[in-house]
Design a protein around this ligand. Structure first.
Ligand SMILES: [Zn+2]
Length: 455
């Protein structure tokens, strides 16, 4: 390492220390931001000194959870550096690298738009691509742009880099076509398939000829076993398959992972098919990095969710369950985990900050309808509680079962009051509402600040 980089790293660390002490968000991005500003090439050099190299993880949905799962697996055998707080731009990766002294392996969650540059700078051994969904309606058109930029970045990867793709996503399967070193993963359990594609589905037209795909099974949005009736483009054979899936409501899931190294039965303390996808992604990356199936199973079974995406919090005799909803596909999956048992009290919190999507009309693409007839009471909250309430009434929720409480703290207290002792309160927040909620619970001493959360 050059003297200049050493100096910059020291400076960045000092700023991180100050930032943490000042309570400005755990200092998770500031040191990297500084280093990134002073000398972007420092990222290349810091990444290059990791003897076991770098693995990158990107996706629209689930990248934080997938990365945290893979970290849990890989940290059993390797000294690992990873961007654990979801700081997933180049500056966040720089921050993780700044404190990577003595690490062997780097594991980084990467924002979809930042992936090409992250690939160019860190020269990864493994690149994992999970899915591409439209985030919110005001970002319409970005999906095609991101897919095109990913395609170019993948084309530039050297042969020895292993590409891990979710082959249930037609766009990603197509990206991997013709590459030497690929691991394709997906689901195979038609019992859990949707009868028809939900209207929020994103890539339902053939990537080759534009004809609508026919699905033998659609699992989450447009992810599934597809085939084009016109040109024959279809889901390729899978290398890592999750099958015999058992979902137990909001608590857990069990499934068998069939891999080139054999089969293993996994019990995961997370609900929903989308977390089975996350586990299959983490498994594939770990296999590519040399982990055994025993190590992978131990890591997955010891995993507890990345903060906020899915979380159970004890609050006296009541339990708060938080499921992040950040776009139509993610919201549909969260709601789908509720269909097996709709909780008596539900809070939905809709904000419209930039991170949530400022155009909230995406809520009209969310399938609230199956849940509404069974909900005892729904508290609509957040900055756009009124639009949300309108959406729910339009979806058939009787007015007497709806309460509109825009203030998040007041909504939380009202919902806790409505929840019986021993009962479960489910909260579905958008991203900034989730952060605010987390802040309220931290201030009350119910949960620790997230950068202190043990894993
Ligand atoms: Zn076709």
């Amino acid at each position: 390492m050059s003297a200049r980089i050493r100096l910059e790293t020291m400076a960045a660390r000092a700023v991180g220390h100050v930032s943490r002490a000042a309570g400005r968000g755990g200092g998770t991005t500031l040191p990297g931001k500084l280093l990134w500003k002073v000398d972007p090439r420092a990222v290349d050099q810091l990444a290059a000194r990791l003897p076991l190299g770098v693995a990158l993880v990107s996706a629209t949905n689930g990248k934080t959870t997938t990365t945290a799962m893979a970290a849990r697996i890989l940290a059993q055998e390797h000294r690992l550096t990873w961007n654990r707080a979801g700081a997933n731009l180049l500056s966040g990766i720089a921050s993780a690298l700044v404190s990577s002294d003595g690490s062997e392996l780097g594991l980084f969650e990467v924002d979809e738009a930042a992936l090409p540059e992250a690939i160019a700078r860190t020269r990864p051994r493994v690149v994992s691509l999970g899915n591409l969904f439209r985030d919110q309606l005001d970002r319409y058109g970005e999906l095609e742009l991101v897919a095109e930029r990913w395609r170019e970045a993948v084309r530039a990867l050297p042969d020895e880099t292993t590409l891990v793709v979710n082959a249930d996503d037609p766009v990603l399967a197509d990206l991997a076509e013709g590459r030497q070193s690929v691991l394709r993963y997906g689901l195979d359990d038609p019992r859990h398939a949707r009868p028809a594609l939900q209207h929020a589905a994103d890539s339902k037209y053939c990537v080759r000829c534009g004809t609508p795909y026919e699905y033998a099974a659609a699992y989450v949005g447009h992810l599934g076993a597809y085939r084009c009736p016109s040109c024959g483009n279809a889901r390729p054979d899978l290398d890592v398959v999750a099958r015999d899936i058992e979902l137990t409501g909001l608590r857990s899931s069990r499934f068998t992972l069939a891999t080139p190294s054999g089969e293993v039965r996994v019990e995961l303390a997370l609900p929903g098919l989308y977390n089975v996808y996350n586990a299959a992604a983490a498994t594939s990356s770990s296999l590519a990095l040399g982990s055994s199936l025993d190590v992978i199973r131990a890591g997955l079974e010891g995993f507890s969710a990345a903060f906020g995406r899915f979380e159970r919090i004890a609050q006296g005799a009541k339990t708060i369950v938080i499921l992040l909803i950040k776009n139509p596909a993610g919201a549909n999956e969260a709601l789908r985990t509720l269909e097996t048992g709709v909780p008596p009290v539900l809070v939905i919190a809709l904000n419209d900050a930039i991170a949530d999507g400022q155009d909230v009309s995406w809520i009209w693409d969310v399938d609230f309808e199956p849940v509404l007839p069974h909900a005892g009471r729904i508290v609509a909250s957040g900055g756009r509680a009124a639009e949300l309430a309108l959406r729910l009434l339009y979806g058939g929720l009787p007015e007497e079962r709806l309460e509109v409480v825009p203030g998040l703290e007041q909504a939380l207290d009202r919902a806790l009051e409505l929840t019986e002792a021993g009962g479960e309160l489910v909260i579905l927040p958008t991203y900034t509402a989730m952060l605010a909620l987390r802040g309220i619970l931290t201030a009350r001493g119910v949960v620790p600040a997230y950068w202190d959360t043990p894993r």
